[in-house]
Design a protein around this ligand. Structure first.
Ligand SMILES: Cc1ncc(COP(=O)(O)O)c(C=O)c1O
Length: 474
């Protein structure tokens, strides 16, 4: 039979689309190596000299536009030049959460093994959506999360999924609780991370079914206030659905009384969600574990490895104690995925993400590269550095402690100074570039706050930071 040429039957436009080289986007392997090695050099240089750089930099919007904007590129530009522009302009103008004197908000001290894992995973287009489509990245995610679960001391039945950050992980836990248990009242405090209230409203939780309870004098969720609020709701015919407790609040590092809260949850049949996005990794060292009893009683728990587990952004981990709960909440079975779904764990059925990269790869490599002992010691160093900062502040007659060092966070203030003085002092030091610090508000008072979780931070870094702040407030 005579073969017909399919190309001959195509219209001109379609034929023209095919009439380009199949290696249109390919780059010569030697050039690829050269460009890649230049990036390795850049990153190693960044990591080796970060302490000599500014902790945070910001550029004028117009200047940034002038440097990196212009009309959309139609023709090619040299990649090496643009990589330089990205490194020198784009990536320089940001907060450097990996800087040893970055104490603002929550730092993000990264680590080289994690960066290597991320690079490799990106370079090989990792995908951890279904077992059939990504058994390796799926397995690595599950294993890394199991290691973390056991090291933190969560219930052994916990299953996990990695998400982009604490905001998404917490809300994925809340959606799971409400899907499995039905509607009801959710309890938190004004120290609960703001993203949770936002997420609850976004998932359709009525504002009148969210109780923001006043915390106790240590900024913790008070067990007696919680019990009274639940009793009152029940007496009004309302159903307590979920309590959001925190293991390491963003403001002060406070840990809620989890055993008492878990008892109350048992009594009322409520789901206990624990936000350990910030503080959870502290359970990897003895001193941290000692202040967080009861983690194993959480129905769901969140920890963000991109905060205190030395990972590049982004990675957060949600654990849910009841096996299969995540799948019961999020599973979907479209026809076109049938070939890759259903044999083992399909991580796209554990959250709202379908296409998802292998976030577990960098975490797995980090845990292997250092081992849990070293990681625990690096975390313990942060706890110790905050305690050192407390001693330095206590020795300064100009300053007073507002909340003591807790899980790497300390808050303090200058005697007799106004709220504005404190915000200005934080802004001045940050603008100076020596360190980045933030103020926060506790019981209506603006105070200074240091979050000290970078193991590369030295006591001299803390001396220099506190000395400068004290001088601004003298
Ligand atoms: C305790 C706590 N929960 C949740 C979040 C939100 O995490 P993310 O910024 O990764 O979404 C944060 C962020 O700082 C946090 O400290």
């Amino acid at each position: 039979m005579a073969a017909t040429d399919p190309l001959a039957s195509m219209d001109d436009g379609t034929r023209a689309a095919l009439d380009v080289p199949s290696d249109l986007l390919a780059i010569d392997p030697e050039a690829m190596r050269r460009l890649g090695y230049s990036i390795v050099d850049r990153v190693v240089e960044h990591m080796a000299s970060i302490g000599d750089q500014r902790a945070i930099s910001e550029e004028e919007p117009a200047r940034l536009r002038a440097l990196i904007g212009g009309p959309a590129p139609v023709t090619p530009s040299p990649i090496a030049d643009d990589l330089g522009l990205l490194a020198d302009v784009v990536l320089r103008n940001q907060q450097h959460g990996d800087h040893p004197r970055y104490f603002a908000r929550v730092p993000g001290p990264s680590s080289y093994p994690a960066v290597l894992g991320e690079w490799l995973a990106t370079g090989m287009q990792s995908v951890a959506s279904s077992w059939g489509g990504g058994s390796g990245p799926t397995a690595v995610e599950i294993i890394a999360c199991e290691w973390l679960r056991d090291a933190i001391g969560l219930a052994p039945t916990c299953e996990a999924v990695l998400l982009s950050g604490g905001s998404m992980a917490n809300i994925t836990g809340a959606i799971t609780a409400r899907h499995l248990r039905g509607e009801g009242v959710i309890y938190l405090t004004d120290q609960t991370h703001a993203s949770i209230n936002r997420g609850l409203l976004a998932m359709g939780q009525p504002a009148e079914a969210i109780r923001s309870l006043p915390p106790d004098e240590h900024y913790r969720l008070s067990a007696s206030t919680l019990r009274a609020a639940m009793a009152e709701d029940r007496s009004r015919g309302l159903r307590p659905l979920m309590v959001v407790a925190t293991a390491g609040t963003t403001n002060t590092g406070a840990v809620d009384d989890l055993p008492s809260i878990a008892d109350i949850c048992d009594e009322y049949g409520a789901w206990l969600h624990v936000d350990g996005a910030y503080g959870g990794p502290a359970a990897l060292c003895e001193r941290g574990r000692a202040v967080m009893p009861g983690l194993e009683r959480a129905d769901s728990f969140v920890v963000d490895p991109h905060k205190w587990l030395f990972q590049p952004y982004d990675i957060a981990c949600l654990f849910v104690r009841e096996p299969g709960a995540l799948e019961r909440t999020f599973a979907m079975y479209p026809e076109y995925l049938a070939d890759v779904t259903g044999s083992e764990v399909d991580l796209h059925n554990r959250s709202l993400e379908l296409t998802r990269r292998g976030r577990g790869i960098k975490l797995w490599l980090t845990l292997r590269a250092y081992g849990l002992d070293t990681i625990g010691r690096a975390i313990d160093r942060g706890i110790g550095l905050a305690e050192y900062a407390q001693l330095v502040i206590e020795a300064d007659p100009n300053l007073e402690i507002v909340t003591p060092a807790q899980l790497g966070i300390i808050t303090f203030a200058a005697r007799g100074r106004t709220d504005r003085d404190h915000s200005l002092a934080a802004a001045r030091l940050t603008a100076d570039g020596y360190a980045a610090v933030t103020s926060t508000v506790l019981s209506g008072r603006t105070v200074l706050r240091l979050c000290i979780i970078n193991p590369a931070t030295t006591t001299a870094d803390l001396d220099g930071t506190i000395e400068r702040l004290s001088a601004y407030l003298a």
